[in-house]
Design a protein around this ligand. Structure first.
Ligand code: CTP
Length: 475
């Protein structure tokens, strides 16, 4: 076992307090898990700190809290034998070292107290089992029984014990393995990968919320295709997001092929990850083509078609969010809207007219920028000439958008004439005609027949009113 000391990892004042508390209680304690891993990876110290006490974690938390001047509240989770307190903007979790044994049906283990080594054995990965001593004799010493340091250097995800048992005990770890590989750009060791494939069906005992949490982390990683590729390779993706695996494959009829929309989607997600950290925009990129699987058809005149895939896809977003128990809120509507509109700028780029640009801005509203970012990420052609051409087309669309918006202000469109004014001018009560006139004014503005200004709109309203047999009582 390595005998390195990392006192600099313990510079934060909380560690000294925990050390003093442990000493007073006559127990040993260690920092373990993500904090140590991220320190050694130079990933900036994470906010959360996990402490293992060889004794009662709850008592250690209480003692530590009593030494802090702000006397923080200690949250106790009796069933898990853990306690949490907040200090210096950090969450600090305390747990008593333990041994665990699992049953088939659940990921809630039977727990008994144990040694530090027992506790390290029950952890998910060698890189997460690294512990730093907070004890007087060897303060700052790294305890690394499974070669976690070496794995950090070699960029490997590996379980401390037999992977088959580690993953079967707690199937969430299969997703964690993939997530860490994606976040850190690590490889999952071969035996682990095999064990994940073998145990993949056990993912079904994991709550949807936890699955989604990991999916979010994979999507937030610098190159999400690493994670989604691994989910696909291990067969987890087909269980969690079958809408995506349905996009895989290339069909050929009469010598005509379409692209593999699954691998294309992963490229789009990687592209967008370079331009935005927005989780929901990344979700939109992941789901933008899901409607292509159910709408795919071959037409001997035009080849492969995916008619209406944007509409079908946006409906599928709702079902997918619902199935994964994701909130059906504004974020979902945003993803739906981007999926629904995902081809609009592409179609428009073929012929950039003012009216088409106005309609695009009008329909996309505040999401227009994000929609353009999505469409640009959607360009995955390997042909450099086409790549350049498509990007130039979008540059033109963006330029035109700026010009049109500066002039016509159709983003967050406010009708220049209100319903009240129409009623007053024609002396009519609320009726169908008002809607017709308002709509006609909006259409005329979008088509560029009249500018988005009061006087021309008023004139147009009078014309439309007359066509409907209405006479103004004042002009
Ligand atoms: N752990 C585990 N099995 C799990 C979850 C967690 O063995 N299913 C252990 C790992 O040792 C992990 C520690 O508990 O390092 C803390 O878990 P958590 O806070 O969820 O993750 P971190 O490793 O801290 O990483 P992150 O904050 O990025 O999630």
């Amino acid at each position: 076992m390595t005998k390195n000391t990392y006192k600099e990892a313990l510079a934060h004042p909380i560690f000294e307090l925990i050390a003093t508390s442990s000493k007073e209680l006559g127990i040993e304690s260690y920092v373990i898990g993500g904090y140590v891993r991220d320190f050694l990876l130079n990933r900036g110290k994470g906010m959360d700190i996990d402490i293992v006490a060889v004794g009662s974690g709850i008592e250690l938390a209480q003692k530590t809290a009593s030494l802090l001047s702000h006397k923080p509240k200690v949250q106790i989770f009796k069933t898990y034998g853990t306690a949490m307190l907040r200090a210096y903007d950090r969450e600090i979790e305390f747990v008593g070292a333990r041994r665990e044994s699992y049953s088939e049906e659940s990921r809630n283990p039977e727990v008994a107290s144990g040694t530090l080594q027992d506790d390290q054995n029950r952890r998910d990965f060698t890189i997460n089992a690294l512990a730093l001593s907070l004890n007087q004799d060897d303060y700052g010493q790294l305890l690394d029984p499974f070669g976690g340091i070496e794995d950090l250097k070699r960029k490997i995800i590996r379980t401390p014990l037999n992977p088959d048992i580690t993953y079967s005990d707690d199937p969430l770890r299969m997703l964690r393995a993939v997530r860490f590989a994606s976040q850190l750009n690590f490889k999952i060791e071969r035996e682990s990968l095999q064990a994940i494939s073998k145990n993949r069906d056990r993912i079904k005992i994991i709550s949807k919320e936890r699955i989604v949490d990991e999916l979010h982390k994979i999507l937030r990683s610098p190159k999400p295709s690493i994670g989604f590729g691994l989910l696909h390779q291990t067969g987890l993706l087909k269980i969690i997001l079958p809408e995506l695996t349905a996009l895989e494959g290339i069909d050929e009829i009469e010598g005509q092929r379409h692209k593999d929309n699954f691998w294309h989607t992963l490229e789009v997600v990687d592209n967008i990850a370079e331009n935005t950290d927005d989780l929901w925009l990344r979700w939109a990129a992941l789901l933008h083509d899901i409607g292509k699987a159910p709408t795919k058809k071959f037409d001997s005149k035009v080849g492969w078609t995916f008619h209406g895939h944007e509409f079908v896809g946006s409906k599928m977003v709702y079902k997918l969010f619902k199935r994964l128990r994701m909130p059906l809120n504004e974020k979902m509507k945003y993803v739906q809207k981007l999926v629904l509109m995902s081809s609009r700028p592409i179609v428009l780029a073929q012929e950039v007219t003012d009216s088409a640009v106005r309609r695009l801005i009008f329909d996309a509203g505040d999401h227009i920028e994000d929609l353009m970012t999505l469409c640009e990420a959607d360009i995955t052609t390997k042909n450099p000439r086409r790549f350049k051409k498509y990007h130039n087309n979008f540059k033109l669309v963006r330029r035109k958008m700026k010009e049109v918006e500066e002039r016509d202000h159709v983003r967050n469109f406010q009708p220049p004439i209100s319903g009240e004014e129409i009623m007053e001018i024609f002396n009519i009560r609320p009726s169908r005609e008002i809607g017709i006139i308002k709509d006609a004014i909006k259409e005329a503005i979008l088509e560029g027949e009249i500018p988005n200004e009061y006087e021309p709109a008023r004139k147009y309203m009078l014309e439309k009113g007359r066509e409907l047999g209405l006479e103004p009582v004042k002009e």
